[in-house]
Design a protein around this ligand. Structure first.
Ligand code: HAM
Length: 423
């Protein structure tokens, strides 16, 4: 058998790739209006970055990283997410000293996780994400959420649900942590070995366990919202107020903890509630990570962001039956017959393309009828016929494929005439 693509990856072929381009262009355009600038970081980083950044007790670090040793003996990892890299870059390039604060960044690129592939879950997937660093204003939490919602809505999605929670500041988390340990400890042997390990290291992670999801102690676990101190509560209330003023509906879910360790205060997910959307309904996840820059060796700097995968976004569009309005028809297909005509056609094609028209011709030496068929297949708006007769008369027969109208144009004036016609 010929060599096949690795499990959990996909080829994106012409026909499908236009959807990706449309979605990615829309995301970039929205970032322009929100003033988020693009950042590109390497696909692989030192393994330590993710161990420190994403967290040692997370599924991502424990089970899902593509880690390898390079020929120099360094441990490297294909990035499983974008935030740790962005924060590393922000710190390394001292962006905290930049006059323009907060620093608002976006990225779009492949991420890698060794997960069990299924609908909406890949081993290589593309995340579009944003990170706003340097501000601890609840308004920017709302801005980040609004950016994600704007993208989904602009693309036409309607069945969306924003779920939000607060994980509080350090003080709130410490008291919640103690409550969680007291809650789970007496019956911890009923939980999986991962959860047993997590009890002391990071009991919040237990709430995110896929295996023990249905254990009765999960439902009765102490809610973080009951442990928020005044500052955290006020912060959360302000974020919710901003959302309300921006007309963004939300649902507060005190069980939302997210799968990465760096979060505090705001944590959110956007889900698809479309009928027929697969078992995995989370389209986008994000939150605040005020301690991460410091953890990476930078000065204390607050941050917030989100990431969403293009794969799940496209799946949501499909579930809602939304057709994207992209097209790239051929403006002019030149039907050329014979060597001399082909030579002329090649020059005309070049001129048309220099004027930004999409133009093409036959490269298989086909007969006139077959060339017309080829032009039809690519939905050419015009077909320019250049045969021996035309060459002798120094003209081109230009046919409007929509109306069937045909007119003779001097070869020397062809491109000018085409520009006029296309206005
Ligand atoms: P995350 O929740 O791990 O967060 O991933 C964010 C989004 O990436 C998910 O909601 C989903 O759309 C997509 N995603 C994750 N894994 C897969 C997969 N295996 N296949 C397809 N799509 C997937 C983060 O990555 C954080 N860095 C988000 C963030 C940015 N928080 C703050 N800033």
């Amino acid at each position: 058998m010929s060599i096949q693509i690795p499990r959990g990856t996909q080829d994106i072929l012409p026909g499908e790739v236009e959807k990706w381009q449309f979605v990615e262009d829309t995301a970039k355009e929205i970032c322009r209006t929100y003033q988020y600038k693009e950042i590109r970081t390497p696909i692989f980083e030192h393994t330590e970055l993710f161990q420190k950044g994403v967290g040692d007790t997370t599924d991502i670090v424990q089970k899902e990283m593509y880690t390898f040793e390079d020929r120099g003996g360094r441990s490297l990892t294909l990035r499983p997410e974008g935030t740790a890299s962005v924060v590393r870059s922000f710190t390394q390039h001292k962006m905290f000293g930049q006059p323009n604060q907060p620093v608002k960044l976006f990225y779009n690129g492949p991420m890698f996780r060794y997960e069990r592939p299924q609908a909406g879950r890949f081993r290589q997937f593309v995340q579009f994400g944003v990170e706003a660093l340097g501000s601890e204003d609840p308004a920017i939490d709302a801005e980040v959420i609004s950016l994600a919602m704007t993208l989904y809505k602009k693309l036409g999605l309607k069945s969306l649900k924003l779920v939000i929670n607060s994980l509080g500041d350090k003080e709130s988390r410490i008291s919640h942590r103690t409550a969680l340990i007291n809650h789970f400890q007496p019956r911890i042997e009923e939980f999986c070995s991962d959860c047993q390990n997590r009890l002391e290291k990071n009991p919040l992670r237990i709430l995110d366990c896929k295996k023990d999801r249905d254990h009765e102690l999960m439902k009765s676990a102490p809610s973080i919202l009951d442990y928020l101190n005044n500052e955290s509560k006020t912060y959360f209330d302000k974020v919710l107020l901003y959302l309300k003023e921006l007309g963004i509906e939300y649902e507060v879910d005190p069980t939302l903890v997210r799968g990465l360790d760096y979060y505090n205060h705001t944590a959110f997910e956007i889900m698809s509630s479309a009928e027929g959307f697969g078992a995995i309904t989370t389209l986008c996840g994000g939150g605040r990570y005020n301690g991460l820059v410091q953890e990476m060796g930078g000065p204390e700097t607050p941050g917030i962001g989100f990431a969403l995968s293009i794969e799940r976004l496209l799946a949501a569009l499909e579930a809602e039956n939304i057709q994207l309005p992209y097209e790239n028809p051929v403006d002019c297909f030149i039907v050329a017959l014979g060597e001399e005509a082909k030579l002329k056609a090649a020059v005309l094609l070049q001129q048309l393309r220099q004027h930004s028209f999409s133009a093409d011709m036959d490269y298989l030496d086909r007969k006139m009828k077959a060339q017309f068929k080829a032009a039809d297949r690519v939905h050419a708006k015009y077909v320019a016929i250049l045969g021996e007769d035309e060459l002798q008369k120094r003209i081109i027969n230009l046919k409007n494929m929509e109306t069937g109208e045909q007119k003779e144009v001097a070869i020397t004036d062809f491109v000018n005439q085409f520009i006029q016609l296309s206005k």
